[in-house]
Design a protein around this ligand. Sequence first.
Ligand code: SF4
Length: 292
Amino acid sequence: MVRPRTLPGRAREAHSRLAACYPGSVADLCELAFDSPFQLLAATVLSAQTTDIRVNSVTPALFARYPTPADLACAETGELEEIIHQTGFFRAKARSLIGLGRELDERFAGEVPTAMDDLVSLPGVGRKTANVIRSVAFDLPGLAVDTHVARLTKLLGLTESTDPVRIESDVCALLPPRNWGSFGLTLILHGRRVCIARRPRCADCALADICPSASLPTRKAPTRKAPTDKPAAIDKPAAIDKPAAIDKPAGAPSARSSVRGGAVPSEAPARPRKAPSRAPRDPPSQAPQLSR
Ligand code: SF4
C-alpha cells in the first residue's frame, strides 16, 4: 500500500482508492435519476434536506407534467407542491422550481448554463448544486461540497475549514481539475456507506492507513459548549440540594471533565454549601432563591 507523505499525495491516493471502491463515470456515481441537464438541475434543487431515493420517487411525475423549463415556469403552485410534497420544504422548493423554469426560459433560451456565475444566479442554486451540474451533467470540473464531503475531507486532514467555499478551494488545490467531480461524488458515497457520521467503519475503510482520523472516536457530543456551569445550576435547582451535586467532582463525568478540565471541580464544591444554608430557615434571603 502506498503511504503518501504529502497532503496532495494523500488527496491523490484517497481519490484513487475511492475510485476503485466506487467505479464508474461521474454520471454513474450520481444517485439522482435524470435524462438531461434540466432534469438534473431540478432534481438537485429538490434534493436539499432529503434523500436521493425520495427525490427519485417524485421526479418521474414531475418531469412528465413539466418536461421543459417553460412548462415549469407556468406551473400552478398548488399542483407543483403536491407533486413534490414528499421531498419536504415543498413550498420553498416549488417557488425555486418555478423561478428556475422562468429564468432558464427567459435568460438562457431554455438551456442550462455551464458557467458557475450563471448557475448560481438561478433561484435555489448555490455552489454545491452548480458544481453537481457542472461535473455530472457537463463533465466539467466541479467539487460539490455537501455534508459528507465537508466531514470526510476534514477527517482525512485535507482541510481545516468548516466553510464549504473554503473546503472546495482547499481540496481543489490538492487535485487536478479532472478529478474534482469524481472525488466529491465518491466521498459522498463513502460517507453514506462506510465513513458514517456517528459510527465510521474504520475497520472496513479502504482509506484507514492514510486517514489521520482512523479509529479515533468521532462522536463529537462532548465538545458542545452548551452546558456552561451557571445555567446548569439554574436549570436543575433540585440537584443543588441533593448529594449528587457533591459527588460530581469525585465522579468526574467523563464528557465534561475531559473537555473542560478543572471547571467542574472548581464549581461543584460551591453548590453543596448552599444546601446547609437552607436548613436554619432563618435567613429570609435564601427562601426566595430556593423556591424559584
Ligand atoms: S478511516 Fe475511519 S474516519 Fe477515516 S475515512 Fe475511513 S471510516 Fe472515515
